[in-house]
Design a protein around this ligand. Structure first.
Ligand code: ADP
Ligand code: MG
Length: 357
């Protein structure tokens, strides 16, 4: 049975449509990210699942049971927010013990549970400190320990790492994965950071303007985006707009050239269609003998050396192409150079016509 189900869930705040007709199923033990730009409805969705906000329409089921009328504190949910919200005057152990004290658990059981979760988040030796004696990352681990200590069935995290610097954030991502694997708790993770969602999740839910545009594994969402928004929000992209050509999968692109995909295009009502090619799928040079490939010669307008590789920006047919290349390509792909490019029809993904909403 699925752990969490949203069925036709909408949320309005006055005239603002924060969430529109959301449908989602999350399985037991899954780590699912809600990914989208600021204001796209992620927090509102989490708040309705937690029971802090009521849906304007639709149903929320936990373990197959409707919870619309179940108060937040009886939904068996742990939550962590961006701000750690620890009690400054209590020790780390007392902070973590707090939810169990509220639940009037016996002292011995509280002690054991606090020891167990502090060890889980790697803070066993910090139990007697006060929050301000810990780093931001450590404080966020305390908040996580406090959310896990009463063994909730569902963990909700709202941008929990966004206040941390980059190194600490990456370290915490690794920690979160480890803890999730160890505890196996169903987790919903809100973020606007696509790389974070890619790294952490079993599946990603893409939000845009209050709507869920796609649900899929990180690989699937990256390789086969369901919309132009998903294609551009997740990863770097080249998108060719145009009209379908004579044969299936053929696009007559703006700028007067043809791009071939191995799958049929889908045109919208006005006859427009588009194709996506990721920058790492475009290669500098000639395709192998006999291979079916898209080829063109473009002029390099700028090269960004990122140490691990190059991002080559090239001009062709009045548009810009983004190409990832190894650093060794620097010799032949300097600024101003004309370079042959090729990519396969298989790596060319038809993006469905613009969504109707
Ligand atoms: P996200 O978490 O993706 O940034 P939110 O769910 O917080 O998005 O917000 C979605 C939309 O709902 C935004 O336009 C936001 O301004 C609006 N909104 C959120 N909470 C409230 C509220 N309590 N009252 C009025 N509008 C709200
Ligand atoms: Mg938010």
């Amino acid at each position: 049975m699925s752990h969490l189900q949203l069925v036709g869930v909408s949320k309005r705040y006055g005239a603002v449509q924060a969430v529109i007709d959301a449908a989602l199923e999350v399985q037991d033990g899954e780590f699912v990210s809600l990914l989208g730009p600021s204001g796209s409805g992620k927090t509102s969705t989490l708040m309705m699942i937690a029971g802090f906000e009521e849906p304007s329409e639709g149903s929320i089921l936990l373990g197959g049971q409707h919870v619309e009328n179940v108060p937040s504190n009886r939904r068996d949910i742990g939550m962590v927010f961006q701000s750690y919200a620890l009690f400054p005057h209590l020790s780390i152990a007392e902070n973590v013990a707090f939810p169990l004290k509220v639940r009037r658990r016996p002292a011995a059981a509280i002690d054991a549970a606090v020891k167990r979760v502090l060890a889980l988040v790697g803070l066993a030796d910090k139990a007697d400190r006060k929050p301000k004696q810990l780093s931001g990352g450590q404080q966020q681990r305390v908040a996580l320990a406090r959310a896990l200590v009463y063994e909730p069935k569902l963990l909700l995290l709202d941008e929990p790492l966004s206040a941390l610097d980059k190194n600490m954030r990456e370290q915490m991502q690794i920690e979160l994965r480890r803890i999730h694997q160890q505890v196996g708790i169903t987790t919903l993770y809100v973020t606007h950071d696509q790389s974070e969602a890619m790294t952490l999740s079993d599946r990603i839910v893409v939000f845009n303007h209050g709507r869920i545009e796609q649900v899929g594994t990180p690989l699937d969402v990256y390789a086969h985006p369901a919309s132009r928004f998903a294609a551009t929000f997740i990863g770097d992209s080249n998108i060719f707009d145009g009209r379908p050509g004579a044969s299936p999968g053929e696009l007559l692109a703006e700028g007067g050239f043809t791009v071939r995909a191995s799958r049929p295009l889908a045109a919208d009502r006005s006859g427009q269609a588009c194709l996506l090619v990721r920058p790492e799928d475009i290669h500098i040079g000639q395709p192998p003998e006999g291979a079916v490939a898209n080829t063109l010669v473009a002029r390099v307008s700028s090269v960004l050396n990122m140490g691990s590789g190059l991002l080559v920006i090239a001009q062709y047919g009045g548009r810009e192409l983004r190409v990832r290349a190894p650093v060794s390509a620097l010799a032949s792909a300097g600024e101003g150079a004309s370079i042959p490019l090729w990519w396969t029809p298989e790596s060319t993904w038809p993006i469905p016509p613009a969504a109707t909403h």
